[in-house]
Design a protein around this ligand. Structure first.
Ligand code: GLU
Length: 511
């Protein structure tokens, strides 16, 4: 790749960033890192109607949570600042006028009522209305009005827009790094608005092309929903005379519903109980909320790993990738053309895999807030050890509480089913015998306790299951938990004996 790689993530702050948008940002980031290039964050906020306060901060925080670093852009700065389009507004009019002067665009003064009338006429003929070569000369535009009239209307303050003059019956040939060669006949396209006098702002199409050019973007990697805009974008590069330096394009496949049909939406998430946004979101306007992966207890590394594989595959069986491994392996050639079906269970699977790989120290840090919420104050050492013993059975950090609570809180009530099953017959008396065996052990390590107690059971000819389940009832209070010697080693001798004494004194055996 001869040109310096410069990619951009260019979201519009119209609401919380969908996980599909995060994936777009991630692929841009991986591509930039892979090729020693730059990742730019540009905020495309020229549509004042759809602007949502808080959305930009949400985008920035989401990228940060995911570990998607920005080299230039909003919040970071850089040689092409500002990177927020609303702060670049003076730039665009000049370019729109340049296209009018070159015959690639025109002023249009039509009102909503005039357009409506034409739309109705078209519908009456059974056609769908398109603003294109068929109507632009019938409407009040700089193509149908005299130069003087156009100037007069502009200077008296009439509202106008500048529209692209889409050629009639021409072919645009395009190349996409994922889709390959694409051809479109221009008669199927309409004359898009490029600039509006009403708010003195460009539309997406104009601002996007001008900024990609000025910011020297080498590759545009974005969602498939922008593929229909590609012919217009190609023609804009041509109209400006920038074809030689125009970026290469890659349109990413959609993220599909778990059932396969259609784009993954918030509604699917609400119905099936999974988030479609990286972070929790509360709309400042409506108060409406949406759940997020972060607040639902996903690790950012697991979320990123899962997203990376939705639409890209490494060509091997490997599923677990750190960000560095993704960077080393990523290429656009392995991005699929067809949509990627999202599987909520797979997201959980990834989280569990990352949980299992965490060290006791990492687990301690994440688990301590949960313990504190339950009123448990323990050392990081113990928090980490308990979590480490049970992590293989957990998907989320919050799962660890149910899995480990008996390590920290002695049982005072006992599971009814287990009590009925084991707190009867010889078992209480044998637990009292076991208590003395345990009391005589000095080295209470897992291995030593295990060998002493097992030898005693064998010597007495007792049933291993009865003894162990009775001990479990005493120490855990229920039929759950890890191996019994994990529990005794964790609790230590004093606490183990205290719990045995407690059950012997307080729980009446079943007759
Ligand atoms: N602002 C557009 C969006 O929100 C950017 C599309 C593009 O990357 O060109 O998706």
């Amino acid at each position: 790749m001869s040109r310096q790689v410069r990619v951009r993530f260019a979201p519009s702050p119209t609401g919380p960033l969908h996980m599909g948008g995060v994936r777009t940002a991630l692929y841009n980031y991986l591509f930039a890192r892979r090729h020693g290039g730059k990742m730019i964050l540009r905020i495309e906020d020229t549509d004042s109607q759809r602007f949502v306060p808080g959305a930009e901060d949400y985008i920035i925080e989401s990228l940060k949570w995911c570990g998607i670093g920005i080299d230039e852009g909003v919040g970071v700065g850089g040689p092409h600042a500002p990177y927020r389009q609303s702060e670049r507004r003076e730039i665009y009019l000049k370019y729109a006028k340049q296209l009018v002067d070159a015959g690639w665009a025109y002023y249009a003064f039509d009102t909503a009522a005039e357009l409506d009338a034409l739309r109705k006429e078209a519908e009456a003929r059974g056609e769908t209305f398109a603003y294109n070569y068929t109507v632009r000369e019938k409407l009040p535009t700089s193509l149908s009005l005299s130069v003087d009239e156009v100037e007069a209307r502009i200077s008296r303050g009439d509202q106008w827009v500048i529209r692209f003059k889409m050629p009639e019956n021409d072919t645009v040939e395009m190349d996409d790094l994922i889709r390959g060669h694409v051809k479109v006949n221009t008669s199927t396209l309409d004359d898009k608005v490029l600039y509006k006098s009403a708010d003195a702002l460009p539309t997406y199409h104009l601002a996007n092309i001008v900024d990609d050019h000025l910011m020297e973007i080498s590759h545009v990697i974005r969602g498939e929903e922008w593929l229909p805009s590609l012919p217009l974008h190609y023609l804009l590069y041509k109209a400006f005379g920038w074809t030689d330096s125009q970026p290469q394009f890659a349109h990413l496949p959609l993220l599909l519903k778990p059932t396969g049909g259609g784009k993954l939406s918030k509604r699917d998430g609400d119905k099936m109980g999974f988030p479609v946004f990286p972070l929790f979101w509360k709309s400042p306007a409506t108060g409406e909320t949406a759940r997020g992966y972060r607040e639902d207890g996903y690790f950012p590394e697991a979320f990123v790993n899962m997203l990376a594989l939705l639409g890209w595959n490494p060509g091997t069986e490997q599923e677990l990738f750190s960000m560095q491994e993704l960077t080393d392996a990523f290429s656009l050639d392995r991005v699929s053309k067809s949509g990627a079906r999202f599987q909520p269970d797979k997201a959980k699977w990834f989280n569990a895999q990352y949980m299992h790989r965490k060290s006791d120290a990492e687990l301690a840090e994440l688990f301590q807030p949960v313990l504190r919420e339950h009123g448990v104050e323990v050392s990081d050492e113990l928090a980490g050890r308990a979590a480490g013993i049970m992590k293989e059975r957990a998907t989320f950090i919050t799962d660890l509480w149910d899995l480990t609570c008996y390590f920290f809180v002695a049982p005072t009530v006992y599971d009814e089913k287990q009590t009925k099953k084991y707190w009867k017959g010889d078992n209480p008396a044998r637990l009292a015998e076991l208590r003395e065996v345990l009391a005589a052990i000095d080295d209470f390590s897992l291995e030593n306790t295990e060998s002493v107690v097992n030898a005693w059971i064998a010597e007495k000819g007792y049933g291993m299951g009865q003894i162990m389940n009775t001990l479990r009832l005493a120490l855990v209070g229920a039929g759950k938990g890890p191996g019994m010697y994990d529990v005794t080693a964790f609790l230590g001798k004093d606490e183990t004996l205290r719990r045995i004494d407690y059950i012997l004194t307080n729980l009446k055996p079943i007759e």
